[in-house]
Design a protein around this ligand. Structure first.
Ligand SMILES: Cc1ncc(C[n+]2csc(CCOP(=O)(O)OP(=O)(O)O)c2C)c(N)n1
Length: 644
């Protein structure tokens, strides 16, 4: 980050914050004066204040008493070094330089060191303020998937980590590498008053241990260096996942005596585990002899190379590909992509190769007669308590290994396993699949046109209108579209790895706003146009994420799919009511969110917000929003739309 920008932004923020404080001070004073006096004396509010209840204005300090605003990074520190400065050096050595935070006293020393380091010339540290720890971790989650790099989330001990825990669980289920650094006050003697006790825990990461790959509470700086390196390596090694380190405030604050030698930290080389070679050879033989093979993929392509390998495998076999959408696994308009005719493709299958499919038993259920093979790291990842591992699947070959890392060996084996005589049949299969996917596209487009002019606006029109204006730009879609009937994969044409990042993992609402802003931050570095379609229910869990986008000037087009409530759950209550024959008219109770204006909420946070109710107004609103985004700022359109 530009150090000049960092300090300027902070200065601006301080100025704005104190101005806001003055504005707020007056209504607060009026409340005290009017709430008590009229009740006591039965007089009107306007003339009532009792002199004793008046709060005298605070006099402004004389100019000489004001601290110079520039006192900070440039002047602090001198030659003195503190443990938290070394911690920052370690973060830098591991490229953990994108950091989300909401302040907490338990990591104040580390925060100060980050500010100090970020303020130095040539620093590449970016610390972004978030408004909720759940947003901070979701930010790092989205950032990791969009950038291929790891971000750190700083959270306060106990209360911060508890807020963060839902987002850590999403990252766990989504196999996303996130490093959470939680403050900690493990030494009771060092606790400064009763709140410190409330915010202390003897084993902080125990809160999240069921859904992290690794955690530790380092006791010394050499221990910190090894903990952080191990945490990084564990997070980044497939199956990737979240890790938590608790950093004791005592340790952060220690001064490092001059001449102390501390261990250097180096970024580890990550080598993913490949499936066993003989088993991959066996899988290749089975696939080479298949009449109707289907490749079922979920979190299979971890990198752009993974996407290329997936295409190579599918084309070699001319196999149908059914993409569950955990990552950008396969180009959406590739003729072999059969995702929109998933059921039919699986019912026709005689062999299914599942690549990093979490719910293999459920997802392959339609392929009742098929031989089933899997390559996956999921068996390395299980924990006993959380049931994210899904129903037990028993494929004929369950190859434990990272699918992407195993593909080169599988592809090489397939090249020799496919008999020359079988090539024509394979080509014919490809032609049939191409015709089927072309027909599916026509069907999708026809379906999207249904109710085109209806109000509330259809979700299909929402996606189609946006795509119409961004198709030639370098766009990235940051949501999966589960709650909008998957119009993205049906109508849009994502072909690059970065154009789609998958979804939350645990279906824990509140993921998308933070993750979208984190992913958008990664897109900003690449000059890409990030777009997200998020539910109103999901948005209301973590709306403060928008403020981070506005404050840190992160361009993002946020479309709110405003169907007026928790439609997914409303349908379930309706179903219950139907089954019990009690009528569905009251089934909205508890499932609606009326009276919200997301454009106003957005504007209140500094984001250009518009509301659209008439489909004819969509085009203009999208154009105006894109103009804002092209200037480097976020924009939101609240689209009053159909349930799905
Ligand atoms: C943290 C959390 N709480 C509750 C739920 C249950 N839940 C699943 S979908 C849903 C409604 C989502 O509403 P919205 O984002 O507006 O999407 P819609 O269903 O309306 O399309 C709820 C409450 C959840 N998945 N996660």
């Amino acid at each position: 980050m530009d150090p000049q920008k960092f300090s300027t932004t902070r200065r601006n923020f301080l100025t704005t914050a104190s101005a806001g404080g003055l504005v707020l001070a007056h209504p607060a004073r009026a409340t005290v004066a009017t709430a008590k006096a009229p009740e006591a004396r039965g007089r009107s509010v306007a003339h009532a204040p009792h002199p004793a209840l008046e709060i005298a204005p605070v006099p402004a300090p004389a100019p000489s008493a004001r601290r110079p605003e520039s006192a900070g990074a440039e002047t602090a520190g001198g030659d003195r070094r503190f443990a938290s400065d070394y911690m920052v050096d370690c973060l830098k050595a591991l490229d953990l330089t994108t950091i989300s935070e909401i302040p907490g006293s338990t990591f104040a020393a580390l925060q100060e060191s980050i500010i100090h380091a970020a303020g130095r010339a040539g620093s590449d540290i970016s610390m972004l303020t978030v408004t909720h720890e759940e947003i901070g971790v979701a930010f790092a989650h989205g950032y990791a998937k969009a950038s291929g790099k790891i971000a750190a989330a700083l959270v306060h001990s106990t209360v911060g980590l508890q807020h963060a825990s839902m987002a850590i669980y999403n990252a766990w289920c989504d196999r996303a590498p996130v490093v959470t650094l939680a403050g900690s006050l493990t030494n009771p003697v060092a606790r400064d008053g009763f709140v410190d006790w409330l915010h202390s825990v003897s084993d902080g990461p125990g809160l999240t241990r069921d859904f992290t790959k690794f955690d530790e509470t380092p006791r010394s700086l050499p221990h910190f260096a090894s903990s952080l390196t191990r945490a990084y390596r564990m997070a980044a090694t497939p199956p990737c996942g979240p890790v938590v380190l608790a950093l004791d405030l005592d340790l952060q604050e220690e001064e490092i005596p001059a001449g102390t030698r501390l261990p250097p930290v180096a970024k580890p080389v990550i080598i993913p585990p490949q499936g066993e070679a003989a088993a991959l050879l066996e899988a290749a033989k089975i696939l080479a002899g298949a009449k109707a093979p289907v490749i079922l993929v979920d979190r299979a392509a971890r990198t752009p190379q993974g996407l290329a390998l997936m295409v190579e495998l599918a084309e070699l076999l001319q196999a149908a590909v059914v993409d569950m959408g955990g990552r950008m696994n396969f180009p959406w308009r590739h003729p072999l992509n059969q995702t929109s005719r998933r059921g039919a493709a699986l019912r026709e299958a005689d062999v299914v190769l599942a690549l990093e499919v979490q719910d293999m038993a459920g997802q392959t259920a339609p392929a009742r007669k098929a031989r089933k093979l899997s390559i996956s790291t999921y068996d390395y990842y299980l924990k006993a308590n959380y049931q994210a591992f899904e129903e037990l699947a028993q494929p004929e070959l369950a190859i434990a290994g990272d699918a992407e890392a195993s593909l080169p060996t599988l592809i090489a084996a397939l090249r020799s396993a496919i008999p020359a005589a079988g090539r024509t049949a394979i080509a014919d299969r490809g032609a049939r699949l191409a015709a089927a996917s072309a027909a599916a596209l026509v069907a999708s487009r026809d379906a999207a046109a249904v109710g085109w002019d209806r109000q509330p606006i259809t979700t299909a029109r929402m996606y189609a209108e946006v795509y119409d204006q961004i198709r030639d730009k370098d766009w990235a879609l940051l949501n999966a579209g589960h709650f909008q009937s998957f119009w993205g994969p049906q109508l849009w044409n994502a072909k690059h790895y970065y154009q789609y990042i998958g979804d939350s993992g645990a279906y824990g609402l509140g993921y998308l706003p933070g993750a979208a802003v984190g992913a958008a931050y990664a897109c900003k570095a690449e000059g890409r146009l990030p777009i997200v379609f998020g539910g109103d229910g999901d948005f209301m869990m973590t709306p403060g994420a928008l403020w981070t986008a506005a404050f840190h000037q992160i361009p993002l087009l946020y479309i709110i799919h405003n169907n007026g409530g928790y439609h997914q759950e409303k349908m379930k209550v309706q179903l219950q009511a139907n089954e019990r024959d009690r009528g569905v008219t009251t089934a909205s109770t508890g499932c609606v969110l009326p009276g919200l204006d997301y454009a106003v909420i957005a504007r209140g946070m500094g984001v250009a917000g518009q509301r659209v109710t008439d489909p004819a107004d969509l085009r203009g609103a999208i154009k105006r929003a894109l103009d804002v985004v092209s200037r480097g700022e976020p924009a939101l359109i609240d689209v009053v739309s159909q349930g799905r």
